[in-house]
Ligand binder design. Structure first.
Ligand SMILES: O=C[C@H](O)COP(=O)(O)O
Length: 328
């Protein structure tokens, strides 16, 4: 067991189940986690980013990355036609090469869930819906729960909620915890099954690495199925050091509790080179257990295009050009 996990159990005393019994106990636990060594974290992330992947492994890694994409459109200008086109692209990323894998999910706003669900019928591609007043998360809890329930009722397989950053940054950890628990409850369907819950931190707004470690533990303790870096809507989105910190958190959480949680970096990941760096990080930090779409995703709107271009280059020795792989 790593130091962080051992420390977590030590701080929790009798175990982790009572950590959120009160604001004071939750604060004691989160502030008892070891402080993040910023220099060390950034050096580890940079070192992992320099590993090169050779040709055969690269072909495998490109296909793996494609299969891990939550292909995303989250624009005010989204239309039914655009979402259908995105779903068609997710189903058949390269119409000239049927060996190309499908993406993991299509990620949309709640009002586009039914459209995406219908367009993906007959596939195992998941429909992920953002919810809880995405991206700012500024709404009353009943509104956030209704937003979530609406997406689930429309057929969402996965819910990407945002945390209340204002509450977290003002130290109201229990409010954030309880909100995640309530949203998880709203993910339940009448048949007893449940949409998977991804919890978005908007790490670019959380100020410190210590906060990223704390919010990771908070969300996992509250029942997050996945922890996700960003909305893609602020200046700083996914970064390698923040993602590495979150990978270490899920590793330590599993060591402490036996529960496995997925990780989704999102926002600003656009190139094959970037995707390869993230896959190396997952492999080196967590190993095979997390190297599938069930436990690792890329939240990205345009990464697929670059992966397809690189895939064609590996197969044919030449680029087909960006026009060949765009959605429209
Ligand atoms: O969750 C996914 C992000 O919103 C997509 O961000 P991106 O457009 O920078 O790839």
């Amino acid at each position: 067991m790593s130091t962080v996990a051992a420390n977590a159990l030590g701080v929790a005393g009798s175990g982790l189940q009572d950590v959120a019994a009160s604001e004071a106990s939750l604060r004691r636990f989160l502030h008892g986690l070891p402080g993040v060594d910023q220099v060390g974290l950034e050096a580890r992330a940079a070192a992992l980013g320099t590993r090169s992947i050779k040709t055969t492994a690269k072909a495998y890694a490109i296909d793996l990355a494609i299969s891990m994409i939550d292909l995303t459109t989250l624009e005010g200008a989204d239309t039914v036609g655009k979402v259908r086109a995105l779903c068609a692209k997710g189903r058949t990323p390269d119409p000239t090469d049927p060996t190309t894998p499908r993406v993991a999910a299509i990620c949309v706003y709640p009002d586009m869930v039914a459209t995406a669900k219908a367009a993906l019928e007959g596939t195992d591609i998941q429909v992920a819906s953002v919810a809880t007043a995405f991206p700012a998360g500024r709404a009353a809890l009943p509104v956030k729960l209704a937003d979530t329930a609406d997406a689930v009722a429309a057929g969402a397989d996965e819910i990407d909620m945002v945390i209340d950053r204002g509450a977290f940054l003002s130290g109201r950890y229990l409010d954030v915890f309880n909100e995640i628990v309530a949203v998880k409850e709203a993910c339940k369907r009448p048949d007893g099954s449940s949409a998977h819950l991804k919890v978005i931190f908007e790490t670019g707004e959380l100020q410190t690495y210590d906060n990223v470690r704390r919010v990771s533990w908070l969300a996992m303790l509250a029942g997050a199925d996945f922890i996700k870096t960003s909305t893609g809507k602020v200046a700083v989105n996914a970064t390698p050091p923040v993602t590495l910190l979150m990978l270490e958190a899920v590793r330590d959480f599993r060591a402490a509790t036996g529960v496995q949680v997925g990780v989704k970096p999102a926002g600003g990941i656009r190139t094959t080179k970037d995707a390869m760096k993230y896959l190396v990080m997952v492999n080196e930090t967590l190993g095979d257990d997390w190297l599938t779409q069930h436990w690792f995703r890329f939240g990205a709107s345009s990464l697929l295009n670059d992966l397809l271009m690189q895939r064609q280059k590996l197969a044919t020795g030449r680029y087909s050009g960006p026009d060949y792989v765009t959605v429209d």
